[in-house]
Design a protein around this ligand. Sequence first.
Ligand code: HEC
Length: 131
Amino acid sequence: MKSKHILNLVVFAILVSFFTACEYEFVEPKKSVPIVPPGDTISFSLNIVPLWNNGNKCTSCHGDGGTAPNLTPDNAYSSLTSMGLIDQTTPENSVIYAYPSPTSSTHNWKKYTVDEAAAILLWIEDGAKNN
Ligand code: HEC
């Protein structure tokens, strides 16, 4: 009876040290800054187009004369609509959102960050306006 009690204590101590160790290994996720602050109107030209064009993130390949869709400021909207890459009925099925999304298994050469993907989805849910 007594040795069983000691065994329980040992198991308890091991468990405590295990969970304490886990605590130290925990990595704080980076605080993200939303691209569109809550409550703000989302603008295609101000909030969305730069995601594809800043630093040529997407336009290095999807630029003038490159791979379709053309995501440059002058062509992005017409390119997306004519290729049918926006699904307003089921926004999360939109190819322009889902194909390079951070969790997708497609388009491995370049993906959105979590914040960029969230902004794209928000824009589509908001009616995918050319504003
Ligand atoms: C290194 C070159 C490259 C970069 C950078 C790149 N893409 Fe692509 N992308 C391609 C190629 C090549 C294809 C066509 C092959 C395929 O479907 O995977 C493609 C396909 C796509 C498609 C699917 C088009 C269709 O016809 O269904 C979308 C949407 C897309 N890219 C969006 C993006 C976005 C958004 C970015 C920036 C985050 C980006 N791409 C960056 C090369 C690139």
